[in-house]
Design a protein around this ligand. Structure first.
Ligand code: FE
Length: 173
């Protein structure tokens, strides 16, 4: 009986490891042209815009490096409610858990907290005649969106993010 339990545990661990590796290799394949993309390395990056332009898709580059904004209600994640993790699409830095995502009427994916305080950093943004706080990736300084004080408990904050600069990885079943 003890052997059976040990064998079961071994098989489960092997299966889990294979699934995780498959997910990681899928992510790495999608970003094979981007040497700065890593789901594990949190070392801050200092990469020129010229270099980013070579390795990011035009859509990601436009938002991440030129502070663009996708049209409201058009992003792939604004309505998503699958459990999982959101990463920076430019560098792979872990940003948000789906548990912190909430249904917002603003038209962009919204979260009430980042996964770690250092996952993101904040910069004052006075462009377009508004006073806002811009949210950057804490690792590569990609523009992600803005943060507002009209979110739900427990933080009361709303991270208003662009889907195009997020990579989503669903939880393993
Ligand atoms: Fe990043």
């Amino acid at each position: 009986m003890r052997n059976f339990k040990l064998i079961s545990l071994f098989c489960f661990t092997l299966l889990f490891a294979r699934c995780t590796n498959a997910q990681n290799s899928k992510a790495m394949t999608e970003h094979s042209n981007n040497p700065y993309y890593s789901r594990t390395d949190t070392t801050p990056l200092h990469v020129s815009d010229a270099e980013w332009k070579k390795v990011l898709s035009p859509e990601v580059y436009k938002i991440a490096r030129e502070k663009g904004t996708e049209y409201a209600f058009t992003g792939k994640y604004y309505k998503a409610d699958t459990k999982g993790m959101y990463y920076c699409a430019a560098c792979g830095n872990a940003l948000f858990k789906s548990d912190a995502k909430f249904a917002s009427s603003c038209g962009w994916p919204s979260f009430y907290e980042s996964i770690r305080p250092t996952s993101v950093r904040y910069v004052s943004d006075n462009s377009h005649g508004m006073r806002r706080t811009e949210v950057l990736c804490g690792r590569c300084e990609a523009h992600l969106g803005h943060i507002f004080d009209d979110g739900p408990p427990p933080t009361g904050q709303r991270f208003c993010m662009n889907s195009a600069v997020l990579d989503f990885e669903p939880d393993q079943k």
